[in-house]
Design a binder for this molecule. Structure first.
Ligand SMILES: Nc1ncnc2c1ncn2[C@@H]1O[C@H](COP(=O)(O)OP(=O)(O)O)[C@@H](O)[C@H]1O
Ligand SMILES: [Mg+2]
Length: 309
């Protein structure tokens, strides 16, 4: 067991993703014998998807643990052995752009592959999707949303905003409706509450009945410069572009500056995506002006294309 992963009582798992931790052993060696891998197709598929994510070593680890746990429970069931109730509701804590939605979507795929969820789709929601304007409206809206999420994952971003208005606020009604649905339909959908770390902690303190309903808690730390650069390289390679030495250097310098003193609104992976999309547009304008359309030019992002002042 990792030192940053503590198993509190039977099913409570608490992990902190720490990219600085020593690299985990290779997947197959760690987990399933090579020749048995065919028996574990869902794991194989999901590992492929996970490998597209930069860093997140401990997340990758816990996904495998969940897989193993579900698999062994299935085997135990076949042998008429007692099986612990599988509660897979989760809490994701981290700043914007740290990969929470991406990971939620991927878990949907995993649980679908494993027959834990019948559809595996992701429904993303925020306060306005749940909270209505008059008594009874909220419960109705929330129930409708849950209905859409049946068979998949209901992902509620900035979940603490449900507690915003205090006792008289309809947000509380949304929370109560969600809790009821979790009890009624434990196996039909997975609820993930997500948001900034501090706000989530405060929200949980104000709702003492909640934490125990979310046995899996995952922390998404901000990316370091190297990781952001790797994300950037992955993103442009995927789009069939490439940096020059100069443009790569320019981006790194810029990220170093930002990461040394990040604003609260700095959005990690999403920021990188925006920078790249902007650069691609700038590059098009430049190519038009320069009247160039050779393959290399079409693929190259020059330093001037990066607007990162
Ligand atoms: N570890 C990662 N590796 C590759 N891309 C990432 C990673 N984390 C985030 N991204 C990218 O950053 C963007 C924002 O991620 P997202 O999952 O929406 O973050 P959040 O939900 O935490 O705000 C997405 O385009 C995603 O693909
Ligand atoms: Mg998100």
């Amino acid at each position: 067991m990792h030192d940053s992963m503590t198993v509190k009582n039977k099913t409570q798992i608490n992990i902190v993703l720490n990219q600085q931790k020593e690299k985990l052993k290779t997947e197959s060696a760690l987990f399933v014998k090579e020749e048995k891998l065919d028996k574990h197709l869902p794991l194989k598929k999901v590992e492929k998807e996970l490998s597209a994510l930069v860093g997140m070593e401990e997340l990758k680890q816990i996904v495998k643990e969940i897989y193993a746990w579900l698999y062994v429970n299935k085997c135990r069931e076949e042998q008429n052995l007692k099986v612990e109730k599988q509660v897979l509701h989760m809490m994701f804590k981290g700043n914007p752009g740290t990969g929470k939605t991406t990971v939620a979507r991927l878990l949907g795929h995993l649980f679908y592959e494993m027959n834990v969820l019948s559809k595996g789709h992701l429904i993303e929601a925020e306060r306005a999707d749940l909270v209505g304007e008059y008594i009874g409206h909220t419960a109705q809206k929330t129930r409708d949303l849950i209905k859409r999420a049946i068979g998949g994952i209901l992902f509620i971003d900035e979940a603490y905003s449900l507690a915003r208005g205090g006792e008289k606020d309809f947000g509380k009604e949304a929370i109560d409706t969600l809790v009821k649905a979790m009890e009624d339909q434990q196996h039909d959908f997975i609820l993930i509450l997500a948001g900034y770390s501090n706000e989530m902690d405060k929200f949980l303190r104000l709702n003492p009945g909640l934490p125990s309903r979310f046995p899996i808690k995952i922390t998404f730390p901000d990316y370091k410069v190297d990781e952001l650069m790797e994300i950037a390289r992955k993103m442009i390679t995927e789009r069939q572009y490439m940096f020059t030495k100069e443009s790569e250097w320019k981006l790194r310098q810029h990220l170093q500056k930002i990461c040394a003193n990040p604003e609260k609104s700095f959005s990690n992976g999403r920021y990188i995506r925006n920078v790249i999309e902007k650069a691609v547009r700038k590059q098009s304008v430049r190519l038009l002006r320069e009247d160039r359309n050779d393959r290399k030019a079409l693929m190259t992002i020059e330093a001037d294309d990066l607007q990162v002042e």
